[in-house]
Design a protein around this ligand. Structure first.
Ligand code: IPE
Ligand code: IPE
Ligand code: MG
Length: 247
């Protein structure tokens, strides 16, 4: 929930009128972060999980309404079994450790993607976190788990067509996992790659894209502030023209 006053936001170098409503992050670079330090990839994933706390907190405190995090893609199922096992373990550990604080801060947790693929222990942990926080009024935190943008779209289209033979864009949007968060305003990808890797394909149609070489474990609130400042400086025209005299 928004904590900072406009004056405080300005002190961070942020424009209170240009805080994105919906931020999405492709949290990439954990493995390379670890390898560069001579550590196993698992250490990178652990460091990546530790980076979450401050980013979620700060996102909420500056008044972003929705934060959608890419934690595990449908394509990540191709990874070695032991790495997947480590990620599942970290996920459970994370929720057990953080759920009370997230709840106290009014965060509403929702997983997006096909959770049924995961081991029962993961499903139960995530469902319990969703249930506990379902009525919270603060930051809408969507966590993409076994998520693929094309799979999401296919699902939404099937549901929309089952309702009407000629669904419109609004109808399809209603059946996306992120329906109540709306379109993405700012998409951040850490880790140096400039691609979207099957994330939120429909929702990023007019998102501002921000790519940084910083690897996810090193993505601090200072890095997030840079991204938010960059966003505030973008001229969002949506295909139209700048209104006369607009800055
Ligand atoms: C992102 O980090 C986390 C997941 C995809 C689960 P990576 O594991 O992709 O890290 P790199 O890209 O190999 O450095
Ligand atoms: C994207 O990262 C998925 C997540 C961050 C969860 P990847 O590391 O899987 O993406 P690619 O393989 O580089 O496209
Ligand atoms: Mg990667």
């Amino acid at each position: 929930m928004k904590k900072y006053s406009d004056r405080e936001l300005i002190a961070f170098g942020l424009d209170p009128k240009r805080i994105p409503k919906h931020v999405a992050i492709i949290m990439d670079g954990n493995g390379r972060w670890a390898t560069a330090k001579g550590l196993p990839r698992a250490a990178g994933h652990r460091a990546g999980v530790n980076a979450l706390k401050d980013i979620i907190r700060f996102t909420s405190d500056v008044g972003v309404e929705s934060l959608t995090l890419y934690a595990f893609s449908t394509e990540n199922r191709k990874r070695p079994k032991d790495e997947i096992g480590i990620l599942c373990g970290l996920l459970i550990e994370y929720f057990n450790r953080e759920i009370d604080e997230l709840h106290e801060n009014g965060v509403r947790i929702k997983s997006i993607g096909d959770l049924s693929w995961f081991p029962m222990a993961v499903q139960e942990t995530v469902r319990a976190a969703e249930k506990k926080t379902a009525d919270n009024p603060g930051l809408k935190l969507n966590i993409a788990l076994n998520y693929g943008g094309r799979a999401e779209l296919l699902r939404a289209m099937k549901l929309a067509f089952s309702e009407s033979a000629e669904p419109n864009e609004t109808a399809i949007s209603r059946f996306l996992y992120t329906a109540d968060s709306g379109d993405v305003d700012l998409l951040i990808r850490t880790g140096g790659e400039a691609r979207v890797s099957n994330f939120l394909l429909w929702q990023i149609a007019y998102a501002e894209l921000y790519f940084t070489d910083v690897k996810w474990p090193n993505f601090t609130r200072e890095e997030l502030i840079k991204a938010l400042r960059d966003f505030a400086g973008r001229d969002r025209r949506y295909g139209g023209l700048k209104p006369n005299g607009a800055k």
